[in-house]
Structures are given as C-alpha cells and as structure tokens.
Ligand binder design. Structure first.
Ligand SMILES: [Zn+2]
Ligand SMILES: [Zn+2]
Length: 261
C-alpha cells in the first residue's frame, strides 16, 4: 500500500502530517517541545503514522484527539492510546463500534449509495483496535512549550481546540476549517457552536494562523468571522438554511454549517 502520509514543516519544531487515502484527507500535527512531543489527531486507520512520527522525533509522544470521530482517532492504537475530552466518551465508544458506524452511514447516505459503495463503507465502518484512552488536562507541558486545551463543543460535545500561545498557532480539528462545519450528525445545537466560535474569536490576538483537521491549511483569515455571521444569521432567521433529505445547510461567504433536518 502506498504511504498515505506527507510531512511538511510549518514552523520551528512543528510539522503538519497530511494523510491522503482514497476516501479521506486528514491533517494531523506534530509539535516538539524540549522534553516531549505532542501529536494532534491521528487520521483514519490507514498507513503507518507511528513510523512517520518516528522519522521526525525521538521524544516521548503524547497523543491527543480534537474529538472522537473515526477520522481523528484511527491510528491512535499505534501509539497505545490517546487523550480526549470526557464529553466525547460516549461518542468515542460509538466510533469504536461497527454496528453504530454502519447505522451512521445509513443515516448519512441513501440505500442505493450504500449498496454501490459497499466495499468502501465496509472499510470505513471497521473500527480501529480498541486502545487505552485518558482525558485531556487543561494544559500540556512539552518542556518550554505549553499547549492549552480549549473546550469548543459544537461539531461534537467534546470537541476541543489546542492553543500554542508561544508560537501563535491554533489547532482547530473540525471546529473551524475553510470549507464547512458539520453539526447535523453528532453535533450540539448551533447556539453552543456559536458560543465556542466566539470563545476563539475572543482570543484571536493570541494566534496568527488556524490549523484545521481537514481541507486547506492554514485556514484563510476572516473565516472565523464568517462562521460567527453564519451561526448568528441562522439563529436570528436572517439566513435560511436549505433543506435536504438528511440535513439542512446554511451558507455564508464561502463556508457552510450543516444542521439536523
Ligand atoms: Zn469530526
Ligand atoms: Zn474530521
């Protein structure tokens, strides 16, 4: 199998590791401190992420996930486990359960789609090996580099962002990206998401770039404001989401937010 990982240095002691498989594009990040390294997210369970990380550092690696979705927890088993926000405990349990993942696919896609894409769906709904999970602390000390954990429920109840204040970087998982945010599957209500985005907006002078879990990186400037405007527009009624069979989609200036049907 072709190595799905592509490494790029984005700052001193900081790497983006892009995982490109046939069906997924995931972004994970490796941050090196003086004593420890931090791996943020682990993609889907394809390829040797541990081997890739081992080419970049000899430091002990702390593995954290921005949330419990299968495209963020996939390779955590290669490291023996990961830390996650406890508000995603139930979701994580579900994403390690094949029957649940299959039911999620049925909720998202039509029976015809599921029939024709049986093989990829089988592959995607095969959970990674169950491993040890712990809960995230408020800060993670890597040695002369401290990473803050910011709770940003919305995309999932336990979604978090990681702030590297010293290096002025924010790692946002699926809470902010340059394409759209999905709240319709396992998300909270849009009000909670708006509060989370406003929490990030309130500290925007503490970072220069936002590094997301998918799509283009870093996220374009102004995207944060677009999510706030979109969420506020939906809540006030100024933006009317378009109804689809399985979700509603609200759009604003190049981004979108999906909502439950
Ligand atoms: Zn997600
Ligand atoms: Zn994701």
């Amino acid at each position: 199998m072709k190595n799905p990982f592509n490494v790029r240095k984005i700052a001193d002691n900081t790497y983006i590791i892009e995982q490109k498989t046939k069906y997924f594009q995931c972004l994970t990040y490796l941050l090196l401190g003086r004593e420890k390294a931090l791996l943020i997210d682990t993609g889907v369970n394809e390829g040797d992420l541990k081997g890739t990380v081992d080419t970049l550092t000899n430091l002990p690696v702390i593995v954290v996930c921005t949330h419990g979705h299968l495209d963020h927890i996939g390779c955590a088993w290669q490291f023996g486990g990961a830390l996650i926000c406890e508000a995603d405990d139930k979701l994580l349990e579900n994403h390690l359960n094949q029957a649940y993942l299959k039911s999620l696919m049925k909720l998202e896609y039509s029976p015809l789609f599921c029939f024709f894409y049986k093989r990829p769906i089988n592959r995607l709904t095969t959970p990674p090996p169950v491993t040890l999970w712990g809960h995230l602390p408020e800060t993670i000390d890597l040695g002369e580099r401290t990473i803050e954990v910011i709770n940003t429920p919305g995309h999932t109840p336990g979604s978090v962002c990681f702030l590297d204040r010293k290096n002025r970087m924010l790692f946002s998982g699926d809470t902010i990206c340059d394409w759209g945010i999905l709240l319709h599957l396992e998300g909270t209500g849009i009000e909670t998401y708006l509060q989370s985005i406003k929490k990030i907006k309130a500290i925007e002078n503490d970072f220069d770039d936002i590094w997301p879990g998918h799509h283009g990186a870093p996220v374009k400037r102004g995207t944060l404001d677009s999510y706030i405007a979109c969420a506020e527009g939906v809540i006030s009624g100024d933006i009317e989401p378009v109804r689809h069979k399985r979700k509603q989609i609200a759009t604003y200036e190049g981004i979108l937010i999906t909502l439950k049907p």
